[in-house]
Design a protein around this ligand. Structure first.
Ligand code: ZN
Ligand code: ZN
Length: 323
């Protein structure tokens, strides 16, 4: 038996179990767009005249984010510029970079590409080759290098394009997984860094906003499919986040048994955030002695990693030159 939309007589394409409602295509789109608009408004994530850099990897979340912000921009004026980080992963990146570019072009949004090779000196593939398999006593793997460098380069890119804020594609599932992971690790301080709203903590640290924070991953996938949005569904070949995968499966199981669990966890996080942020966040940041970007120490993590890779490359007699 086909269910009908809870708002009109059309056939439903989606069942939001957490609120017991069915949606047709039109009302589903409206519901997702409203969630983003309300979240942006509630926390004043974007204000009139802002220049927003959107980190677009080509994956579903960031591409859908770009489309939703383009839609939101029809209502009140702000500027958008899409930035893509090319980590230099030969088997994975070229396609997603193209997809990011094509989406920006389709929406009439300026697109800028920043590569690890140009700004760090090594592609991620080269880093993995230089550092070996990351086994023998190396405590951090490819994902650690990539994550730190991507964060650094995104901030650089956002500054470079003159953005007031940097929008990233974190969805409800990402946010809730991150919250639970940090709780299980006892890392409460980390939860004070990024919450529902942003604080300006350093003039050179472009505030990050997460407009998709209230949108479940499922709804992002469906939004992309229903609106014929081209996204890259492939996964990074280096990604081995075993712990996160366990948390994801557990959360999905809880959501299945108790619809609304993910939203309840998000609400708990949002209530705790102001307290955590006040208690733990360090507000004094120095400038990195090498690159000048804000850091808590003397040399930022991105520069520390770059120096490590350079040293190792020298030791092993490997040379990688800029093309
Ligand atoms: Zn409807
Ligand atoms: Zn630095």
């Amino acid at each position: 038996m086909k269910h009908k939309c809870s708002k009109c007589s059309r056939d439903a394409v989606y069942h939001a179990r957490y609120e017991g409602k069915y949606y047709c295509r039109k009302h589903f789109n409206e519901m997702v767009e409203r969630k983003v608009k309300n979240h942006v408004k509630k926390y004043k994530l974007i204000e009139k005249g802002d220049r927003i850099a959107v980190g677009v990897s080509g994956g579903k979340d960031s591409v859908v984010l770009l489309h939703l912000l383009a839609k939101l921009r029809e209502r009140f004026p702000f500027e958008l510029v899409a930035v893509t980080i090319d980590e230099g992963i030969a088997s994975y990146r070229p396609l997603s970079v193209e997809i990011a570019k094509r989406n920006a072009k389709k929406l009439g949004i300026e697109h800028r590409l920043y590569s690890f090779k140009e700004y760090i000196g090594f592609t991620l593939d080269e880093t993995v080759e230089i550092m070996g398999s990351f086994e023998r006593g190396e405590r951090v793997g490819a994902c650690s290098y990539c994550g730190v460098w991507r964060r650094w380069l995104l901030n650089y890119a956002a500054q470079d394009v003159g953005a007031d804020k940097l929008a990233v594609g974190h969805n409800l599932d990402d946010e809730v997984q991150m919250f639970i992971m940090n709780i299980l690790r006892g890392d409460i301080a980390r939860l004070g860094r990024t919450g529902p709203y942003y604080e300006v903590i350093h003039e050179d640290l472009v505030p990050r906003i997460k407009p998709l924070r209230e949108v479940p991953e499922k709804e992002i996938v469906l939004y992309a499919v229903l609106n014929n949005i081209e996204v890259d569904f492939s996964e990074c070949p280096y990604a081995v986040e075993a712990f996160r995968a366990e948390i994801r499966d557990w959360l999905n199981e809880m959501e299945e048994k108790h619809p609304g669990t993910k939203y309840q966890i998000l609400r708990s996080y949002d209530k705790l955030f102001p307290l955590i942020a006040k208690t733990y966040v360090k507000h004094e940041l120095n400038r990195c002695k090498i690159c000048g970007q804000p850091t808590t120490g003397e040399i930022c993590k991105a520069c520390q990693f770059r120096l490590q890779v350079e040293k190792k490359a020298k030791e092993r007699g490997l040379s990688f030159r800029l093309e």
